[in-house]
Write a protein that binds this ligand. Structure first.
Ligand code: NDP
Length: 244
């Protein structure tokens, strides 16, 4: 599949590490003028060395004022990926208000607000656009110690459906991807212990966790015109876990 984004401007949140970082680099390779937004400046500095030409935007998305200023500073955006998230693990009986609020601020409120700013510009320019929200298989199944995270991803799936409904008439497509465990820093925090990982892998017919490139390739497809009739979908990238 030869995907090109020449002439397009892309914004990826959480582009300092993991999926977001590799995705931002791929978008540059595919010709998009790419804005990489993330929290830790040193991640952005190393990304700029690896990928000259990428625009680095340092922002903590839990700060609404900073979020608005940072996203507006990127200018017109045609392709948006809401990827930044946190996974703060704790048993249900010990869920703390502070962790719950932080999870929802970053995983739900930030995608809503970033998308509003970007989509208003898309609507005004009457040129369409594509938005992908990075959700998780955790949106549809219960996972031990993941209450706030699972709830936040379920909310993100629903945000995706509502956005696709209201933005479709403006030729703006909005989709989510729902990966199983991916081998990134976040994935390792929850799943590096074989005692936890092995039962989860047994639930996956393909028998393995996802690699970053398994996820990036699907996001690129959904962003591209090759997915021109796809909107409102929450697409599992889970080796068959949810379907089996
Ligand atoms: P990582 O933890 O490896 O990377 C997340 C990135 O998001 C980091 O660069 C982080 O920056 C950034 N980020 C987090 N909070 C903020 C914030 N408040 N403001 C700005 N940037 C922020 O995660 P992954 O690459 O693994 O995950 C990417 C997406 O994929 C997430 O939405 C996640 O929920 C989803 N996902 C991941 C799975 C997995 O197993 N890894 C499975 C299913 C879905 P910093 O480090 O500086 O905080």
């Amino acid at each position: 599949m030869n995907i090109r984004f020449d002439g397009k401007r892309a914004l990826v949140t959480g582009a300092g590490k993991g999926i977001g970082r590799d995705l931002a680099k791929k978008l540059v390779e595919c010709g998009a003028e790419t804005y990489a937004l993330s929290r830790t400046q040193s991640d952005l500095d190393s990304l700029q060395i690896e990928c000259p030409g990428i625009h680095a935007v340092q922002c903590d998305l839990s700060d609404c004022t900073a979020l608005k200023a940072s996203v507006q500073s990127c200018g017109d955006i045609d392709l948006l990926v809401n990827n930044a998230a946190v996974a703060l693990l704790e048993p249900f009986l010990e869920v703390k208000e502070e962790f719950f609020d932080k999870t929802f601020d970053i995983n739900v409120k930030a995608p809503l607000m970033v998308s509003q700013i970007v989509a208003r510009g898309m609507v005004d320019r009457k040129n369409g656009g594509s938005i992908v929200n990075i959700s998780s298989q955790a949106s549809t199944i219960g996972i031990e110690n993941h209450t706030s995270y699972c709830m936040s991803k379920a909310a993100l799936d629903q945000l995706t459906r509502n956005m696709s409904l209201e933005l479709g008439p403006h030729n703006i497509r909005v989709n989510a991807v729902n990966p199983t465990v991916v081998n990134t820093e976040m994935g390792k925090v929850g799943w590096s212990d074989p005692a936890k990982a092995n039962p989860m892998k047994k639930m996956i017919p393909l028998g393995r966790f996802a690699e970053v490139e398994d996820v990036v390739s699907v996001i690129l497809f959904l962003l591209s015109d090759q997915a021109g009739m796809v909107t409102g979908s929450c697409l599992p990238i889970d080796g068959g876990c949810l379907g089996s």
